[in-house]
Design a protein around this ligand. Structure first.
Ligand code: HEC
Length: 128
C-alpha cells in the first residue's frame, strides 16, 4: 500500500512540474487552430491531406524541411538543412523570408510570440 501511495505521489509530482515548466503563457492548441486559419489558404494539416499551394503540414515537427514527396519545393527550402522543431518553426513563422531567403512561401509572418506558441501547440497535436 505504502509503495503504491509513494508511486502515486511521485507521478502526480512529475505531472505538476511539467505543467509548471511550460512557462507563463501556456500554449493553447485550440487558439492555435484559429491562428492556423491564416495558413489554410495554402496548407492542409490533416493526415493524408492534399498538397496545395504549400505542402501538407501533418506531423511537421521532427520533419526535415523541404522533404515531403509530391511537393515541389524551392531550392532554398530543400537546401536549408533545417529540421522543423519548436525553435526553427518559431523563427521561420516570425519572418519566413528572413529565416530562409529565397523560399517561396508568401507570408508576412506572425508578429506575436503567443500566436506562434499556440500554433506550434496545434501543429504538435496534428501528428497522430
Ligand atoms: C500564400 C500561401 C501560404 C501561406 C498563407 C502559408 N504558407 Fe507555408 N508554405 C507555402 C509554400 C509555397 C511553401 C513551400 C516553400 C518553399 O518550397 O520554398 C510553404 C512551406 C511551409 C513550411 C515548410 C514545410 C516543409 O515541408 O518543409 C511550413 C512549416 C509552413 N509553410 C508553415 C506555414 C504556417 C504555419 C502558415 C500559417 C501561419 C503558413 N505556412 C502560411 C505557402 C504558404
Amino acid at each position: 500500500m505504502a509503495m503504491i501511495r509513494n508511486w502515486i505521489r511521485a507521478s502526480v509530482g512529475a505531472a505538476l512540474s511539467i505543467a509548471a515548466s511550460s512557462g507563463a503563457h501556456s500554449a493553447d492548441a485550440a487558439k492555435g487552430e484559429r491562428v492556423f486559419q491564416q495558413c489554410k489558404t495554402c496548407h492542409t494539416v490533416e493526415k493524408g491531406g492534399k498538397m496545395a499551394v504549400g505542402p501538407n503540414l501533418y506531423r511537421v515537427l521532427g520533419r526535415k524541411a523541404g522533404a515531403l514527396e509530391g511537393f515541389s519545393y524551392s531550392e532554398a527550402m530543400r537546401s536549408s538543412g533545417l529540421v522543423w522543431d519548436e525553435t526553427s518553426l518559431a523563427e521561420y513563422l516570425k519572418d519566413p523570408r528572413k529565416r530562409i531567403p529565397g523560399n517561396k512561401m508568401v507570408f508576412a509572418g506572425l508578429k506575436r510570440q503567443e500566436q506562434i506558441d499556440d500554433l506550434i501547440a496545434y501543429l504538435t497535436k496534428m501528428s497522430d
